[in-house]
Ligand binder design. Structure first.
Ligand SMILES: Cc1cc2nc3c(=O)[nH]c(=O)nc-3n(C[C@H](O)[C@H](O)[C@H](O)COP(=O)(O)O)c2cc1C
Length: 158
């Protein structure tokens, strides 16, 4: 198995798209696009996501007490691309409010999980973050953004 084969097989698993956000120690706004989000536990309420060890935001996420996992809506594809682009002001013109521990909660998403930074596990070239959900919100019926095979979609009910 080579890495292209592995990536192609992983890409067949359709996911939602999130922007995970955190505040730097100086109050700066930090966030990146991530589709590695998943649920872990109902009691206590736990979720996970993973961050590349080479990501510029790793030091801030490692040390932050809280982060917010913003689940994007179908009309937020541009935000998904922007928060995966380096050397730009990702938050320019983005509406947000302060969530648990100061983590930015973005406007217009389909759901948000405000998490305490509970544990981290280094595995391979990523770090797995497990968050304890302190608050969450959802817009039932809203159209989510979906990522599959390197392309963006929205849902088509069967
Ligand atoms: C749809 C999509 C999903 C992504 N999922 C992840 C992910 O789960 N973990 C990750 O580390 N990077 C992921 N990325 C890549 C990061 O968003 C990208 O490398 C970003 O520039 C990292 O920001 P940073 O270097 O400021 O931390 C994803 C990108 C896209 C477009």
């Amino acid at each position: 198995m080579d890495s292209l084969q592995f990536r192609a097989a992983l890409g067949m698993f359709a996911t939602g798209v999130t922007i995970v956000t955190v505040r730097g120690p100086d109050g700066s706004l930090v966030g990146l696009t991530a589709n590695s989000f998943n649920s872990v536990s109902l009691e206590p309420p736990l979720v996970l996501w993973s961050l590349a060890r080479r990501a510029g935001s790793l030091p801030v996420f490692s040390q932050g007490t809280h982060y917010a996992i913003n689940i994007l809506a179908a009309d937020q594809k541009d935000l998904a691309q922007r928060f995966a682009t380096r050397d730009i002001d990702r938050f320019a013109g983005v509406a947000w409010r302060e969530g648990a521990g100061g983590a930015p909660v973005l406007d217009g998403t389909v759901a948000c999980f405000e998490c305490a930074n509970r544990s981290q596990y280094e595995e391979g070239d990523h770090v797995i973050f497990v968050g304890e959900v302190e608050r969450c919100s959802a817009r039932p019926g809203a159209q989510p953004l979906i990522f599959h095979g390197g392309r963006y979609f929205t849902e088509l009910p069967l």
